[in-house]
Design a protein around this ligand. Structure first.
Ligand SMILES: Cc1ncc(C[n+]2csc(CCOP(=O)(O)OP(=O)(O)O)c2C)c(N)n1
Ligand SMILES: [Mg+2]
Length: 374
């Protein structure tokens, strides 16, 4: 680890070490004091299920059943820890890798698959779970989140003291996104308007093949401070610490204290997407370093040590993961193949001459094959 700059682990909030030992933190330990063994086992189960889902989806892409998959491998603690701190009325604006957060919002994980099979333009109803659609245009949704948060504020759903009414908005984005203008504008607007927003940055060390050192000279959390936004660096592979810092930030937002920037220092253990080959730009030694810091392993070690994670619980969750895997495979295959002509249907709400001409050209092209179009 480095002493300074973006790669330093200096100042990271940590409550559970990579070796599975609990640490005390004057400010953040009280935030997790109410989490009993059952709650911690629940987080462990969430992380195991999401990882299994992610692995199945990766295999399905390799089998040609999904067009693309974006792995969350390695980021389960950041996502489950922060997601479990949310209240039902809070609203989430994710990017495209937030499968763990989706799970904590109550989406059935299979709902995420339609988009990646290319059979749906969105995939789910954002209002059903207060979980917006995945956004692939880097950073753009942080502005949507800021605007939404300003709306929540104007609706009077901030600072009332009613825990069921006061609402926070959370947006998830990556290290690379912090270099985008949109994220910087989101910081300006959320700061000066005191918007009830949590800017949750999963610093997974890479923006495709660009490392964080190519994005910044300082820790990413310092970027938030530059806008006057309280900022915190957290060990993103520590589910308890992620829960604690997010709980604090959410409370600040809901009570009228304005935005918070969280840098969750984690690692993308997989490829950027199934279209990427990370061996072209990063070392096996780096991957090994982070494998030792696997977010699930440390909770496994801790809960095994306390006696909460018994063989029986492991077997139960393993069986649940197997059943989920089977369901994911069956669901994906049941989605079928849409007719390619449907891609022209949702470009504009009303008829459009260019799209009509393109459709006609495409139909002629398809029917030019011997045996006609599929
Ligand atoms: C505005 C925009 N520019 C470029 C891209 C291409 N692109 C897709 S993912 C990505 C890297 C994003 O890295 P980061 O923000 O760290 O998120 P991560 O994928 O690591 O979770 C880029 C440049 C895009 N989708 N949108
Ligand atoms: Mg990244």
């Amino acid at each position: 680890m480095h002493d300074s700059g973006p790669l330093t682990d200096d100042g990271l909030v940590q409550l559970l070490t990579p070796g599975g030992e609990r640490l005390e933190h004057p400010e953040y330990s009280p935030r997790v004091a109410h989490l009993d063994s059952a709650a911690l086992l629940g987080m462990w189960r969430d992380m195991v299920l999401v990882r299994r889902f992610d692995t199945e989806a990766t295999s399905l892409q390799r089998q040609g059943e999904l067009g693309l998959w974006v792995q969350s491998l390695g980021q389960e603690a950041a996502q489950i820890g922060s997601g479990r701190a949310l209240a039902p009325q809070d609203f989430v604006f994710p990017s495209y890798r937030e499968h763990g957060v989706a799970h904590t919002r109550g989406l059935d994980l299979t709902e995420l698959l339609r988009l990646f099979r290319g059979v749906d333009h969105g995939g789910w109803d954002p209002a059903a779970h207060n979980f917006h659609l995945y956004t692939l245009v880097i950073g753009s949704h942080t502005l949507h989140a800021t605007g939404y948060a300003m709306g929540v504020q104007r609706d009077g759903a901030v600072g009332t003291g009613d825990p069921e009414r006061d609402t926070a908005v959370v947006t998830y984005f990556g290290d690379g996104a912090t270099s985008q203008g949109d994220v910087n504008e989101a910081l300006v607007f959320s700061a000066v308007n005191n918007a009830p927003l949590v800017l949750f940055c999963q610093n997974n060390q890479w923006a495709i093949s660009e490392s964080t050192v190519r994005q910044t000279r300082v820790p990413l959390a310092d970027r938030g401070l530059g806008f006057g936004v309280p900022s915190v660096r957290v060990d993103g592979n520590d589910v308890l610490a992620c829960y604690a810092v997010t709980a604090e930030a959410l409370e600040r937002a809901r009570s009228g204290g304005g935005p918070t920037f969280i840098e969750a220092f984690t690692y993308r253990m997989g490829a950027h997407t199934t279209s990427d080959d990370p061996t072209r730009y990063r070392s096996a030694a780096e991957e090994d370093y982070w494998r030792q810091r696997d977010p699930i392993d440390r909770l496994t070690t801790y809960l095994t040590g306390t006696g909460a994670l018994t063989d029986a619980v492991r077997a139960e969750v393993e069986a649940e993961a197997d059943a989920l895997g089977e369901r994911v495979r069956e669901f994906t295959r049941s989605l079928g193949r849409p007719s390619t002509a449907t891609m022209f249907e949702h470009v504009y709400a009303t008829p459009h001459a260019i799209v009509d001409a393109e459709r006609q050209w495409f139909e002629r092209y398809e029917s030019s094959f011997i045996g006609g179009a599929e």
